[in-house]
Design a protein around this ligand. Structure first.
Ligand code: DCT
Ligand code: MG
Length: 451
């Protein structure tokens, strides 16, 4: 818009660079900006923040600083990272594009450091501080390694200290890992770093819903996480399950996993039992916002999302006829619901198609013992290297009893910063503790815990 204005309005270039008043910035717009700043809600959980906003160039730069602080030393630089996150959250919610830092006057989460960065970007098109980070080898290696499922900043640092530069280095040296997530994260790095599209998430969600309904009629199944916030893609698929009658959800997860396993959709994963008890909850009150996410029964794993016709030659497709399960939920579901046994029989002689030996226990890590005590898992590399017609996708399945469902819904919808601020608001303004399990009076819980 600015360039368009320069084209049509006879002003000097120097005026544009200093961003003096031009038709792009009439007084009316400045007044509107001033008004919106004066009535700008203090807490992120009180603000509307659209996914597409006016200040994405500024927020992506600030998010680099935030990420750098998080990667450098999560403990030491936590408040620094948080300050950047707060600033970026404010900029995302502003109803106008920032053109001068004076427009930010009165916004408490925009500190001097951030103002300087914004000024640099507005004046020169970029911030040298941000540019230097983006160019730095360490930052890029950290970003790369922490993008592997199961790898956090401390593992990434160790790998850098070992001199590893690439995912291939880690694949050669880091595998087999005693952490199932890293073994599978490395083996399926490419798949897991290809964003999951909404359509894929929706298709998988429909299958989960269908299977859950067969197991537990009346079950509530909700696609949560970024997709519930309207994102078109994400790094995983988060699905929350509950049932209108309290307690009916017990036993659902193992049955659901068995049903998904039978459909050949589960690659690997880990089940967590519910650890929700009042004493655990009391301890939670003391831990920081970075502590354990929640105490719900859940399954965190990797599923197989069928990619149609990837390795099957068109002339061989007719051989798969009749190999689908009944009642597909959608066209894509039809592809996802292929009955592996029937296909195995039909495809044994076909080149380029392979299936796992056993679908049993696929949803639990199957670790083979090496000579020593270190478990070795060769399965992930073998499965990822074999020709396949599916992509590995991260999936979280969370089970919440009805009494906690709406809190779980808020928590698992996110965003992380929305949750953080909503929880802080509850604590500071209302004297209550908000978690994904409920809204609690801290004093009452403490007394109950002591008695
Ligand atoms: N969450 C949270 N605190 C965390 C991690 C997650 O409050 N430390 C909540 C907010 C989002 C939800 O759980 C799901 O988590 P992710 O899948 O990690 O986030 P997302 O917003 O769904 O991101 P993406 O779209 O990339 O999956
Ligand atoms: Mg998600």
């Amino acid at each position: 818009d600015c360039l368009k204005a320069v084209k049509y309005v006879p002003i000097k270039e120097s005026q544009v660079l200093r961003r003096e008043k031009t038709p792009v910035e009439p007084d009316v717009q400045n007044k509107a900006a001033k008004n919106s700043v004066s009535s700008f809600p203090e807490w992120a959980c009180q603000r509307k923040a659209k996914l597409k906003h006016f200040n994405s160039k500024l927020t992506s730069a600030i998010e680099v600083l935030q990420e750098y602080a998080e990667l450098r030393d999560a403990r030491q630089d936590y408040s620094r990272a948080l300050a950047f996150r707060r600033a970026s959250s404010v900029l995302k919610a502003l109803p106008f594009p920032v053109q001068r830092t004076e427009q930010l006057k009165g916004l408490k989460d925009i500190g001097e450091h951030v103002k300087g960065v914004i000024e640099d970007i507005l004046d020169h098109g970029s911030s040298s501080e941000v540019e230097n980070i983006v160019k730095s080898e360490w930052y890029n290696k950290m970003k790369l390694f922490t993008s592997i499922f199961g790898v956090g900043p401390s593992t990434a640092k160790t790998w850098i200290e070992c001199g590893w530069k690439s995912v291939e280095d880690a694949q050669k040296n880091g595998c087999p890992s005693s952490d199932w997530r890293i073994s599978w994260g490395l083996a399926f790095f490419k798949d897991l770093n290809t964003p999951v599209q909404l359509q894929e998430a929706e298709t998988f969600f429909q299958i989960v819903k269908h299977e859950a309904e067969l197991i537990l009629p009346g079950v509530i199944v909700t696609l949560v996480g970024g997709f519930r916030r309207g994102k078109a893609q994400g790094h995983d698929v988060d699905i929350l399950l509950s049932h209108p009658s309290e307690g009916a959800e017990a036993g659902l997860l193992p049955k659901l996993l068995a049903a998904l396993g039978k459909r050949g959709l589960i690659l690997i994963g880990h089940k967590e039992k519910s650890s929700f008890r009042s004493d655990v909850l009391y301890k939670d009150f003391k831990i920081s916002a970075r502590g354990q996410l929640d105490h719900f029964e859940k399954w965190l794993g990797i599923c197989k999302f069928k990619k149609p016709n990837l390795f099957i030659k068109p002339q061989d497709l007719h051989q798969l006829e009749g190999a689908t399960n009944t009642e597909p939920c959608s066209r894509n579901d039809e592809l996802l619901s292929i009955d592996t046994e029937k296909i195995r029989q039909k495809c044994d002689h076909l080149p380029n198609i392979s299936f796992e030996e056993s679908l049993d226990d696929l949803y639990e890590p199957k670790l083979k013992k090496a000579k020593g005590s270190e478990p070795i898992d060769e399965e992930p590399n073998r499965l990822s290297a074999a020709p396949r017609d599916w992509l590995a996708r991260r999936v979280d399945l969370i089970i919440a009893p009805q009494s906690q469902y709406y809190y779980a819904l808020v928590g698992w919808t996110g965003s992380k910063h929305f949750n953080r601020d909503a929880r802080l608001y509850a604590q500071k303004k209302l004297g209550l503790k908000l978690t994904s399990h409920g809204l609690f009076d801290l004093e009452k819980v403490r007394l109950k815990h002591l008695s």
